[in-house]
Design a protein around this ligand. Structure first.
Ligand SMILES: NC(=O)c1ccc[n+]([C@@H]2O[C@H](COP(=O)([O-])OP(=O)(O)OC[C@H]3O[C@@H](n4cnc5c(N)ncnc54)[C@H](O)[C@@H]3O)[C@@H](O)[C@H]2O)c1
Length: 366
């Protein structure tokens, strides 16, 4: 299937929009925006886009976040802005010129949205709506918006289903974050249906192993039980060893973000939703893989301290998916949890810090 390289629109051969896209692409700068650019996936995505091997070519990469983002790699094409997406007054500053691709990753994650529903609504719902309106009002229907949704929109206990979850399964969240993601999904779907934007919605598995420190997601222990012991630190596991989770590595999800942005709109068909591929593993599987790779003593740094609230939400998340649609669309999948652990060790435990904080940074006081 032909993909979009950022400079030549090759989809929708007979569609007038494509012709506009092609005409535009030779005359203007190609711009990519990452919201949540200071976050875990925002930084990893920026780093991947800045690799010479990246096939999605661009002239400018804008990272926005409420906390000042930094470019993960020094590159003159990067602009970093402090920007609060919930403040509509400042949108002109961001959208005064055309943006070709938006990776909308800014969010208040699950644990925090559960505690602070109002903040979650502002960021997870209202900011999405503001972005959509900014594009609609400026009449830029060719803007591609790749949205990081979550499998938290599903809460079917596996026992209730006679088949694995796919895109036709009814959305029924079990947490505020899931509802907020589901509302944003609907908004993006409707704006896409009406031709105001070219939206692509990706429902992510839990991304493991997240480097650095734990975040406020209820699933943060999934990374913690690998990351902490590998760094010689005790990790608390709030769920039972038999609890299963649906996971993907950061490498694979970043590859999938870029793939989603490059796919022609027609490839998605009527609905732009895709459940990204993951793998199902139990906590026990993860601990065993860690013991094989890093030794029994390392795995023994995991302490099981049951937390009923966390277990309730995690156990409500579905763990077996039929990802035929994603695989047919060319999205990638991890092989196994050992591979994910090795990837983390290779990229994070042997890392020399290549980040730069002097890269054409521009602050705005939003
Ligand atoms: N990491 C995962 O396991 C996972 C799983 C499913 C879905 N997702 C989704 O993927 C996206 C990226 O996840 P992540 O792990 O990088 O999260 P993250 O928390 O590391 O990054 C989110 C970023 O959004 C920023 N942000 C919050 N409010 C903002 C605002 N008002 N204006 C601008 N920026 C704001 C935060 O400062 C943060 O840097 C999120 O939308 C998340 O819901 C992640």
């Amino acid at each position: 299937m032909p993909e979009f390289d950022g400079h030549l629109a090759i989809d929708m051969e007979n569609n007038p929009k494509t012709m506009i896209d092609r005409r535009r692409s030779v005359t203007k700068k190609f711009k990519i925006l990452i919201t949540g650019g200071n976050g875990f996936l925002g930084q990893q995505l920026a780093a991947a886009l800045l690799q010479p091997t990246n096939e999605l070519k661009f002239d400018e990469l804008i990272l926005v976040d409420i906390f000042k983002p930094m470019s993960p790699i020094k590159d003159d094409r990067v602009r970093c802005l402090v920007f609060d997406l919930t403040r509509s007054q400042s949108y002109d500053e961001l959208f005064h010129t055309n943006i070709d691709i938006i990776f909308h990753l800014a969010a208040v994650v699950s644990g925090q949205a559960e505690k602070d529903m109002e903040l979650g609504h502002k960021v997870n719902v209202e900011a999405t709506h503001l972005i959509l309106e900014a594009i609609r009002q400026r009449n830029r229907p060719l803007t591609r918006l790749v949205f990081a949704s979550s499998c938290a929109v599903y809460s079917w206990p596996q026992s209730c289903l006679d088949r694995d979850i796919d895109e036709r399964t009814q959305v029924l969240p079990h947490c505020t974050y899931g509802y907020q993601k589901a509302i944003s999904e609907h908004l993006i779907s409707d704006y896409t249906r009406r031709g105001y934007i070219d939206g692509r919605i990706l429902r992510l598995p839990t991304i493991t192993v997240r480097p650095g420190v734990a975040n406020q997601a209820v699933t943060s222990f999934v990374s913690g039980i690998i990351r902490e012991p590998l760094n010689g630190v005790v990790a608390k596991c709030p769920v039972n060893p038999t609890t299963r989770v649906w996971i993907s590595s950061p490498e694979v999800v970043i590859k999938n973000f870029i793939h989603a942005a490059r796919l022609p709109a027609l490839a998605f068909g009527v609905h732009t939703l895709v459940n990204l591929p993951g793998i199902t593993v139990s906590v026990d599987d993860m601990v065993s893989a860690l013991a094989v790779i890093a030794g029994k003593e390392t795995a023994e740094l995991i302490r099981f301290e049951y937390n009923e609230d966390i277990d309730r939400i995690v156990s409500s998340l579905s763990v077996t998916y039929d990802v035929t649609r994603a695989l047919n669309l060319g999205f990638s999948r991890d092989t196994d949890v050992s591979h994910i652990i090795h990837n983390y060790m290779d990229s994070e435990l042997t890392d020399t810090d290549s980040s730069s904080d002097d890269t054409t940074d521009e602050d705005s006081d939003n």
